[in-house]
Design a protein around this ligand. Sequence first.
Ligand code: OGA
Ligand code: MN
Length: 291
Amino acid sequence: MQITPSDATLGAVVTGVDLTRLDDAVFAEIESAWHRYAVLVFEGQDLSTEAQLAFSRRIGLLERGLVKSSTRLLAHISNTLKNGDVADPASLQVRFNEGNQHWHSDSSYKRVGAKASLLCARVVPDTGGETEWADMRAAFDALDEDMKAYLEGKEAVHSFVFSHTWHGGQELLAEEDIAGLPPVEHSIVKVHPATGRRSLFVGRHASHIIGEPVAESRELLAALTRQACQPPRTFKHRWRVGDLALWDNRCVLHRGHPWPMDQARDMVRTTVAGDGPDNEWAEDAAPGFAG
Ligand code: OGA
Ligand code: MN
């Protein structure tokens, strides 16, 4: 297995490994590289859905989708229809997914946000459609001491309705499902449970800061996101079919890039639920892998 770090403060490309045949020692090496680089891109894995689910479950319990009553574990991030045709660019499906082009942490609008996301490229366009990640550990480190002190201990409200009102796409969910996604609170300065590193937890779902005026604090959160997501803290991957990316939503933001809308792009995501307690979005079953 070769792990090649990017030039940025995060991200590495991993080759020479078959994710369907990992012994515990190699898995442990992957996990420690993941904690170090926060984003790993495994090139040319061509995983089946079952293999993607199995690898994802080695990282933790999977997170169910947007609807609490649903058992769906796969998110299709695509502009294709079931028959493979390209969807109408004005369709709700396409508009909803365009929200991903704004910096975010998956499921930060849930009470317990996602731990990891795994995205597999099934169909890629000829140009564009890259995914980009930003290192929120390095972003925190780059803040001046006054701002670090100001943010320490503060919480932000993250809200599905907020982000999908300003961006659009909220109509994808029924009213009762939206009711299952009430606004939640997350610390703005997050301490990573495995590495102990502090990071800045912001992004498109963050609405405002508790105890601060809404408009001003909303602007501050947006400015923090903008400033954070700049080189050398960003890592962008141009997809080839079969690549799989694994990232840590607790310390990176990510966004998709646009591509010509007459071309198909089909990505499949599995999401690993945030570590408890009692995460109501985690699948009930114990992980398939007992190691
Ligand atoms: C996601 C996501 C961006 C992309 O899968 O969670 O935001 O490039 N994807 O498709
Ligand atoms: Mn996402």
